[in-house]
Design a protein around this ligand. Structure first.
Ligand code: BJ8
Length: 422
């Protein structure tokens, strides 16, 4: 970290002792997993810096933003429309956590067999380790899976900051109407909390900013289709994770700079692994920071990850919001429509997801798919079987969590799978 942030962390109310311990574990993990990679693009230096300052400079930025009366809005899901938060000059941050931290505390509130993502965000808060939660003015949940729905009720008792958007389970006309109404209500809530009115121009500008971010991530994704891939899956995953934390305009600029460099690499045939290295598409539950386990296993087993069919991945940037609206109401409709296009496993039926896995496999010229569901995540565990029956390419299913206990066993299975692709 570039400086000592202890005073700031104390003021926010973090548990300083535990927090120091967390940072030291994370910094070791980052060195081992990320900084040990060979031939990384220069452009990754920015993202290394962001990670090193994820509880430092970025927190200070949020703190300063609050002093300027800007509102910090935390979320857990890609269904929450970022455009509306940016339209009031708010700061939009993801609150999902990807480490087995504070689980003992979390298990005092939720059953042991709750998915790791839920236990992690609760555990971080209950252990006084998440500066983002502490700085939020509003935390927006959504009625996706049952685990999240019920966890938000408890999280509200702990934080008193929750607002929950109702997300339908189907995509019929009546569901779309309900969702549009939810988007309208969210606009009202954001206006109320920020004390600012969302105008047509503000919404247009915000839509453009979010679309530019998605376009940069699409550009990065397309570059991974080359063989050899110019960037490792680990590095691309990191960029996709940081998309939920960084300032969107700065982030877009840095991703585009990275892509300029990757294009140059492609021209020179400079890949992260030799041409012909087995190429893996990972599909399934989201990978929140610092969940790098599966990517590390795959890339240390002689393959390269070329894409993530996940919310920390293509599900976050695949669709743009149409910008050609001429009234606020029309803008809200376009936003509602864009977000209803997301293919989370919480929907039924969810045929789009199978189609999207197939087309991503083809676009990225993958050799095999590893479907990864977090343990106890029923929607993704169920869809893993469904996808397997509808595809005709190499595929393996895994269920895992944030612990390292299954590392060896997973590595053996992944190595055997990669061997079949050679
Ligand atoms: S749009 S995937 S971000 S809900 S892993 S908490 S589903 S039991 S995170 Fe998600 Fe939105 Fe869907 Fe994406 Fe539940 Fe599964 Fe846990 Fe999950």
């Amino acid at each position: 970290m570039s400086k000592d942030y202890t005073t700031l962390w104390k003021e926010i109310g973090l548990n300083l002792g535990k927090h120091d311990g967390l940072l030291s574990v994370l910094s070791d993990a980052y060195k081992n997993i990320y900084l040990s990679q060979k031939n990384r693009p220069e452009g990754m230096k920015y993202f290394d810096f962001v990670i090193s300052e994820v509880h430092g400079l970025r927190i200070e930025e949020l703190y300063e933003a609050k002093k300027e009366k800007r509102k910090v809005i935390g979320t857990f899901c890609v269904y929450v429309p970022e455009e509306l938060v940016l339209a009031v000059d708010g700061v939009f941050v993801g609150l999902c956590a990807g480490a087995e931290v504070g689980f003992e505390e979390a298990e005092k509130y939720v059953p042991r067999n709750t998915c790791a993502l839920i236990k992690a965000f609760m555990g971080f808060k209950l252990s006084g380790l998440c500066p983002y939660v502490e700085l939020t003015d509003l935390i927006v949940g959504e009625t996706t899976c049952d685990g999240k729905k019920k966890a938000y009720e408890i999280f509200d008792e702990i934080t008193r900051k929750m607002y929950v958007m109702e997300i339908p389970n189907m995509k019929n006309d009546s569901d779309r109407k309900l969702w549009l109404e939810e988007v309208r209500k969210f606009k009202d809530k954001i206006e109320e909390i920020s004390g600012k009115e969302i105008t047509l121009n503000l919404l247009k500008k915000a839509t453009e900013i979010v679309n530019q971010k998605r376009l940069a991530l699409q550009r990065l994704s397309k570059l991974r289709a080359y063989d050899p891939s110019p960037i490792s899956g680990l590095d691309a995953l990191l960029v996709n994770q940081i998309a939920f934390y960084d300032d969107p305009v700065r982030f877009t600029m840095k991703v585009n700079e990275l892509c300029d460099e990757l294009e140059e690499r492609v021209r020179k045939g400079n890949g992260i692994a030799p041409k012909g290295t087995p190429r893996i598409l990972i599909s399934g539950s989201p990978f929140a920071i610092p969940n790098w386990k599966l990517h590390a296993i795959v890339e240390n087993s002689g393959a390269v990850v070329v894409g993530e069919e996940s919310c920390v991945g293509s599900r976050n940037f695949r669709e743009l919001t149409e910008e050609n609206f001429n009234s606020l109401e029309e803008g809200l409709e376009k936003i509602a429509m864009r977000y209803m296009g997301i293919d989370c496993a919480c929907f039924t039926p969810n045929k789009e997801r199978i189609d999207n896995v197939k087309s991503l496999f083809k676009e990225l010229k993958a050799d095999g798919v590893i479907h990864c569901a977090l343990q106890f995540c029923t929607p993704y565990m169920m869809e893993a079987f469904k996808i397997e029956k509808k595809i005709d390419f190499p595929y393996m299913r895994i269920e895992t969590d944030y612990s390292m206990e299954d590392f060896g066993q997973l590595k053996t299975r992944v190595e055997a799978f990669i061997e079949t692709l050679r």
